[in-house]
Ligand binder design. Structure first.
Ligand code: PBG
Length: 307
């Protein structure tokens, strides 16, 4: 038992709250704390407030994290729970990702058709992800990409209302919201997911060793190693969640199978690689990123700060 109550900071979307509850339950179980004793505090982030524009257009980093970081640094919370996919690859030194929960299904699911090939000619697909837009247009140049924003439920409602014919969402988010029945999974050889998709991370203050220790008890080492490799790749590119980057690392024994892809905005150009390296070697994916940038056509290179 701890003397002080333990407080988790999270965004207030249904998915963020579901993820914060997963972390609270894992901590209570790991430490024998009473059920419901971990407090969950919802914090509104810039990303939540700005609903009328694609975030890639708003620009700026830390759209999903800034307000959570401030609450954490002010001591109002012990840790923040994040979808690792939304966490910038460069974080303040005052904060540390101390743990990750076991990763969920990393694939995207297509909702509105059984497969990408089955989408009707010229179908309108709603997504505000530059990666999904580029990958879809590469596979199906006839598709019309429509920018849609909002949380998972809002996007499904826009699809149901006929604003678009189909949309792509992360399987992990759908599953955590109890929507395991929605959509058809897209296999990784057809569409690689975003770096860190499906992973939930827990961040605390770098100098808060007690919390770091408490969080270590729920860390899933394999997920952590894989996501660190994907983030090292993104960081070396100078990429953000607004860049058309896909990457997937899979731990296999002491090694990691790493696959990645960079695309131009319209998917007209793409560069894909698959390599294997020792788990924990973060220089290998970073080196690969630099090599790919050096080889990439200008239409891809100009999308990355490292290029
Ligand atoms: N950018 C929004 C976001 N951030 C994390 C997830 C899903 C959960 C995850 O990937 O862990 C989603 C929704 C989506 O892409 O469908």
């Amino acid at each position: 038992m701890t003397e002080t109550p333990f407080t988790i900071g999270t965004r207030g979307s249904p998915l963020a709250l579901a993820q914060a509850h997963m972390v609270a339950t894992a901590l209570e179980k790991a430490h024998g704390w009473p059920e419901g004793s971990v407090e969950i505090k919802a914090v509104k982030t810039s990303g939540d407030r700005i609903q009328d524009r694609p975030l890639a257009e708003v620009g700026g980093k830390a759209l999903w994290t800034k307000e959570l970081d401030l609450a954490l640094l002010a001591g109002e919370t012990h840790c923040s729970v994040h979808s690792m996919k939304d966490v910038e690859s460069e974080r303040p030194e005052t904060l540390a990702i101390a743990a990750m929960l076991p990763r969920a299904d990393i694939r995207d699911r297509l909702i509105g058709a059984d497969s990408i090939a089955a989408l009707s000619a010229g179908a309108r697909v709603g997504t505000s992800s530059p990666r999904r837009a580029a990958q879809l247009q590469r596979l199906r140049p006839d598709l019309q990409i429509h920018s849609i924003r909002g949380n998972v439920d809002t996007r499904l409602a826009k699809l149901a209302a006929g604003d678009v014919d189909a949309t792509l969402l992360a399987a992990a988010g759908l599953d955590r919201l109890g929507r395991a029945d929605v959509g058809s999974p897209i296999e990784l050889d057809e569409m690689l997911p975003a770096p860190a998709q499906g992973a939930i991370g827990i961040e605390c203050r770098s100098d808060d060793l007690r919390t770091a220790e408490l969080l270590r008890a729920i860390d899933h080492a394999e997920t952590h190693l894989a996501v660190l490799a994907e983030r090292a790749f993104t960081r070396a590119l100078g990429g953000t969640c607004h860049s058309p980057i896909a990457a997937s690392a899979r731990v296999d024994g002491k090694e990691i199978d790493f696959a990645c892809e960079l695309l131009s905005e319209d998917g007209g150009e793409h560069l894909a690689r698959a390599i294997r390296f020792a788990a924990g070697n973060l220089e290998a994916p970073a080196l690969l990123a630099r090599q790919m940038l050096a080889e990439a056509p200008a239409s891809i290179r100009r999308l990355f700060e490292g290029g």
